[in-house]
Design a protein around this ligand. Structure first.
Ligand SMILES: [Zn+2]
Length: 108
């Protein structure tokens, strides 16, 4: 709920309406099990945080609130996962592929 301000601007309201009308108020996401198909909000296909255009209707799609939240949660989880991978590089256990295998078997 941090970035509420942009949702109050006339520009946002106008572009939101364009996207909703273009998609006929039909949810384009269909992610949530609680989705009933009726869009009452819009979703950024590419989030502004990720460089997507904030007010470009081509970057917007009609979505119901439930899917909007579901998508956001997924993106947050995805982001957290990526961040996690950056922090602790994947452990490729080379041990599993035999680098530490017992080498005494040739010496009998
Ligand atoms: Zn939906």
């Amino acid at each position: 709920m941090a970035s509420h301000r942009r949702y109050a601007t006339p520009q946002w309201r106008a572009v939101r309406l364009i996207a909703l009308r273009r998609d006929r108020y039909i949810c384009q996401l269909r992610l949530s099990r609680r989705c009933h198909g009726v869009a009452n909000s819009v979703d950024h296909k590419i989030r502004p945080e990720d460089g997507g255009s904030e007010y470009d209707p081509t970057n917007l799609q009609a979505a119901c609130m439930s899917c909007n939240i579901t998508k956001r949660n997924r993106e947050q989880a995805e982001r957290a996962r990526r961040y996690d991978q950056l922090r602790k590089p994947e452990r490729h256990s080379e041990d599993w592929f035999g680098t530490n295998r017992d080498t005494t078997q040739d010496s009998n």
